[in-house]
Design a binder for this molecule. Structure first.
Ligand SMILES: Cc1cc2nc3c(=O)[nH]c(=O)nc-3n(C[C@H](O)[C@H](O)[C@H](O)COP(=O)(O)OP(=O)(O)OC[C@H]3O[C@@H](n4cnc5c(N)ncnc54)[C@H](O)[C@@H]3O)c2cc1C
Length: 302
């Protein structure tokens, strides 16, 4: 589906939703890579109930829809996205509440905030994910993992809107978590309930701080404009694979793999999305040629 270019905002969205939506809005400032074209329509709901209404209006006019969390895993092409982008990074969708052993998180809450809050309450299960950029919703959809443990392992249930805009609650089993993946594609994740384990606060805090420092040290020091485009294959880390194949620092125009942490793709001044895509293709091709490993993309291309 794509929005016929003649449709204006007022043609698609009813009056009561129009104040939430902007037309031809830049996306680059919401993305870690800092590049890419605009969204035809961009909405940031101020109440959860508005999400289904926005989607319904878009569907009625055959306008394609994408959900944006904190933009740490999305590359937008130069042409932009010809449809409706709904950002869930606002306060309406970013609450964090603890009840007993359970954390209830809005999809837009920062993953790092969720880790810090639960550790402070003496609840273990998310502390190893501290410092991974992005939202809780984005992490659950992509089954983010670190230190050999994925986020799906502590999910109890997920409130979603399904493809027809119906609200439902699904179990962790139904979410089909596997290595850096889930079967949540096509759903909008609204809230997630985590079942965590009571532990001693001091021990959890020390572990979290250690992992956070270690994670920071493994990142390119001088830039914030980075993504981690590939999923680690089962047998070897992407970092080692790229070092072993001599591709560290590989450059395509104003985009490069970092020299010392080559699992990160870095955009420099004047970088373009096309350059990113060409660099990704070159890396995949070379790795396949030299090792027979077909690197899978983590990065979502819009
Ligand atoms: C420096 C750096 C380090 C990283 N380290 C790790 C790591 O150690 N381990 C790891 O697993 N990942 C890592 N990542 C990848 C990234 O942080 C995760 O993929 C992150 O969880 C994405 O969350 P986000 O909110 O930024 O998602 P976005 O980039 O906004 O979106 C990513 C995808 O998820 C979809 N999505 C987002 N929110 C929702 C929702 N609520 N409902 C439905 N779909 C949604 C989007 O449509 C898009 O397809 C790293 C990334 C960077 C830049």
């Amino acid at each position: 589906m794509s929005a016929p270019s003649t449709l204006a905002l007022a043609d698609v969205f009813p009056t009561e939703l129009q104040h939430l939506v902007g037309e031809n809005q830049p996306l680059n400032e919401r993305l870690w890579l800092g590049i890419g074209g605009p969204a035809r329509f961009l909405a940031e709901p101020v109440e959860v109930g508005q999400i289904a209404k926005l989607m319904q209006a878009a569907r009625q006019h055959e306008v394609a829809i994408r959900i944006l969390g904190h933009g740490s895993n999305v590359l937008v092409r130069e042409a932009g996205f010809d449809g409706l982008v709904i950002s869930l990074a606002g306060p309406a969708t970013s609450g964090l509440e603890i009840d007993g052993n359970c954390l209830r998180a809005g999809a837009g809450a920062k993953l790092t905030h969720a880790a810090i809050k639960t550790v402070g309450e003496g609840l273990g299960g998310l502390e190893h994910l501290v410092g991974i950029p992005g939202s809780v919703g984005g992490a659950v959809v992509g089954n983010a993992s670190a230190e050999g443990r994925d986020i799906g392992s502590v999910v109890r249930s997920i409130d979603v809107l399904d493809e027809s805009g119906q609200a439902k609650t699904i179990s962790a089993e139904e979410a089909g978590f596997s290595h850096r993946n889930s079967t949540l594609d096509g759903f909008v994740v609204l809230n997630i309930e985590f079942e965590l384990e009571p532990k001693e606060v001091d021990g959890l805090t020390k572990r979290m701080q250690k992992l956070w420092i270690h994670r920071g040290q493994r990142r390119p020091a001088d830039t914030a404009r980075i993504v981690m485009p590939f999923i680690d294959p089962d047998s070897i880390s992407t970092r080692d694979l790229i070092i072993n194949t001599g591709l560290s620092g590989l450059r395509e125009g104003d985009v490069s793999l970092d020299l010392s942490a080559p699992q990160y793709l870095v955009t420099h001044e004047n970088a373009t999305s096309d350059q990113c895509l060409r660099l990704i293709d070159r890396v995949r091709e070379q790795v396949l040629l030299q090792t027979g490993i077909d690197l899978q993309l983590n990065l979502q291309i819009w």
